[in-house]
Write a protein that binds this ligand. Structure first.
Ligand code: A2H
Length: 253
C-alpha cells in the first residue's frame, strides 16, 4: 500500500439464488461479490467477474441484511469505514477460496448482460482492493486478455471447471469511444502490441497506461443515461447514482 490513499468504488454484484452448498448458510441474506473499480462508468460493459482461484476470501456481515464476499484484509478496512455489522470488527460467516466462487451467477449494476458469471483470473492481487474484480473487456486490457484466454483455451476452462456457457456467449460490448483506439480500445491495444495471454504482465502494464489515459481524458460515453458525454464528466455522475441507489459503496485503502 502506498502513502496516498486510493479510493475505489465497490460494485455490489448480487449472487443469484439458489446458492451452492458452500453458501447455503447465507440463503436468507443478500450476498454480494464486492468488486473494487476505479472506472464505475464502464459498468455497462461487464461480461463477468474475476476471482483468484487460490485466493482466500470470506463472507462478511456488512449490516443487518447485506453480506459481502471479499478478502479478510478488505473486510478489516471496511470495518474501519463504518461498513461492518459490528463496528471496527469484521464478522466472517463463511471461509471461502476463489475456487468456491467460480461459476457463481451474478446480477451486477448497470450491466447490459442480465446474468454474468464469476471466473478465474491469475493476476489478481490479494493485497489490493477486495480481491474481486469486475471484468470490462472493452476497456481493460487485463480483462480482455483473461477473457480471451478462457474463450480460446478449452484446457484452461477445464482446469478450473469453467462451463462453456459461462464464457462463450459473452462478447465485448462497445461502451466508450476514444479518437485513437475506437470503441473496443482494450482489444485494439492488445492486438497492436501482439499480447498473447494474460501472463504477459509487462506488455499489459504498458497497454493499461495507454488505454487508461485515453479512455479517461479523451473518451466519450456511447451508452447509458450519459451517452454523448465526456467520460471525465460522466464518471462522477454515474458513481453518485450507483451510491444513491445502494448499488455501490466507497472504499479507501
Ligand atoms: B478497473 P490500481 Cl474498464 N488485482 O476496473 C488486480 N487488479 C485489480 C484488483 C486486484 N486486487 N482490484 C482492482 N483491480 C483492477 C475496471 C477497469 C479498471 C477498466 C479499465 C482499467 C481499470 C474493470 N476491470 O484499471 O492499481 C480494477 O480494474 C486500470 C488501472 O488501484 C481497478 O479498476 O490503479 C484497477 O485494477 C485498480 O488498479
Amino acid at each position: 500500500e502506498g502513502v496516498n490513499p486510493q479510493e475505489y468504488t465497490l460494485i455490489k454484484m448480487e449472487v443469484i439464488p439458489p446458492f451452492p452448498l458452500k453458501l447455503r448458510a447465507l440463503e436468507d441474506r443478500k450476498v454480494y461479490l464486492a468488486a473494487a473499480t476505479l472506472r464505475p462508468e464502464t459498468m455497462y460493459g461487464q461480461t463477468n467477474s474475476w476471482v483468484l482461484p487460490d485466493g482466500k476470501y470470506g463472507a462478511f456481515e456488512i449490516n443487518e441484511t447485506d453480506v459481502f464476499i471479499l478478502t479478510e484484509r478488505a473486510a478489516l478496512n471496511l470495518a474501519y469505514q463504518k461498513l461492518s455489522r459490528v463496528p471496527e470488527k469484521p464478522t466472517r460467516l463463511t471461509e471461502l477460496t476463489g475456487r468456491d466462487l467460480i461459476g457463481l451467477p451474478l446480477k451486477s449494476p448497470l450491466a447490459f448482460n442480465e446474468i454474468i458469471y464469476s471466473l478465474p483470473m491469475m493476476s489478481i492481487l490479494t493485497d489490493k482492493g477486495t480481491g474481486i474484480v469486475t471484468s470490462v473487456p472493452s476497456d481493460s486490457p487485463d480483462d480482455f486478455m483473461a477473457l480471451h484466454d478462457l474463450k480460446t483455451k478449452p484446457a484452461f476452462r477445464e482446469k478450473f471447471g469453467v462451463k462453456n456457457e459461462w464464457v462463450l456467449p459473452f462478447e465485448v460490448i462497445p461502451i466508450i469511444n476514444t479518437p485513437d483506439y475506437g470503441d473496443k480500445s482494450a482489444e485494439k491495444v492488445c492486438t497492436e502490441m501482439k499480447i498473447k495471454s494474460q501472463n504477459e504482465r509487462e506488455k499489459l502494464e504498458a497497454a493499461k497506461k495507454i488505454i487508461y489515459k485515453g479512455g479517461f481524458y479523451e473518451g466519450t460515453m456511447l451508452v447509458g443515461e450519459y451517452a454523448g458525454m465526456r467520460v471525465q464528466e460522466a464518471k462522477n455522475l454515474i458513481k453518485s447514482k450507483l451510491l444513491e441507489l445502494g448499488q455501490a459503496v466507497i472504499y479507501s485503502e
